[in-house]
Design a protein around this ligand. Structure first.
Ligand code: NAP
Length: 243
């Protein structure tokens, strides 16, 4: 896919994998709108990327807030008239999450609100702008922890990571990917779930095997897919992930 005049929105782009996705998309020639909920953090991220000569701007975006989402969509429509790439990256974990027998239901609700409902709401708000693109891509940041198959497979490295709220939120994101890809299959919009790998960020307490730069590579690849590429898939760095 040619990057010329392409516009991308990356949610949660002020740090971690989102910041690196924004950097790599901008390095590929895409103009990147960083969705950031905190103005000060937005300024730091924009300064970081702009100092490298990259074409970026920030828009205030709290994916838990309908008015914020609507204002971000309006801002992109007014400035750019369309959106070519939506990377639904913003996401949370919660210290009170855990195995289903003991996790706080309130924590599970908080996680589902942001990771699933927020992602759904942003996608719906950006859909009219994505339809204005001749070749649009939606990348949903999922996790291998959202795989129902791997959660039930004692041989999987993810088997023991029982976080009912987080894992369910990413399974729900995967459902969004499948249903949205089916709904949009006669359009120019491709939708995929990407698990970035185990990445050292604030979300993982800086544990993990990969740097944020490495973790951004697969989401960026799926954001820049060619026209004849796949839609409705779930991938991780090692290949296709079972649902
Ligand atoms: P991170 O460093 O904690 O960054 C998360 C980003 O999401 C931050 O920019 C944060 O903004 C933003 N965010 C959270 N809630 C938001 C909201 N309501 N509205 C707007 N922005 C919000 O995490 P990360 O590791 O880069 O994770 C990025 C994505 O990858 C997440 O969806 C995560 O589930 C997924 N993922 C990560 C890993 C991993 O190993 N790290 C593995 C699989 C999947 P603030 O700075 O304002 O909090």
């Amino acid at each position: 896919m040619s990057s010329t005049n392409r516009i991308a929105l990356v949610t949660g782009a002020n740090k971690g994998i989102g910041l690196e996705i924004a950097r790599q998309l901008a390095q590929a020639g895409v103009h990147v709108v960083l969705g950031v909920r905190n103005a000060q953090r937005a300024g730091v991220a924009v300064d970081d990327l702009s100092s490298q000569g990259l074409s970026v701007e920030a828009v205030p975006l709290n994916i838990d807030d309908k008015a914020s989402i609507a204002a971000a969509a309006d801002s992109i429509l007014t400035k750019h008239g369309k959106l070519d790439i939506l990377v639904n990256n913003a996401g949370i974990v919660d210290a009170a999450d855990g195995p289903p027998s003991t996790a706080s239901p309130d924590a599970a609700k908080r996680i589902l609100e942001t990771n699933f409902i927020g992602t759904l709401a942003v996608t719906q708000a950006m859909l009219p702008l994505l339809h204005k693109s001749s070749a649009a891509r939606i990348v949903n940041l999922s996790s291998s922890l959202g795989s129902l198959t791997l959660n039930g497979d004692p041989a999987s490295p993810y088997y023991s990571a029982r976080l009912i709220g987080y894992n369910a939120s990413k399974a729900a994101v995967n459902m969004l990917t499948v249903q949205m890809a089916e709904e949009l299959k006669e359009t120019a919009i491709l939708v995929n779930s990407v698990s970035p790998g185990y990445v050292r960020t604030d979300l993982t307490g800086h544990t993990g095997f990969m740097t944020p730069e490495e973790g951004a590579k697969l989401p960026v690849k799926y954001a820049l897919l060619d026209d004849d590429a796949v839609s409705g898939t779930f991938v991780e760095p090692g290949g296709v992930t079972p649902w």
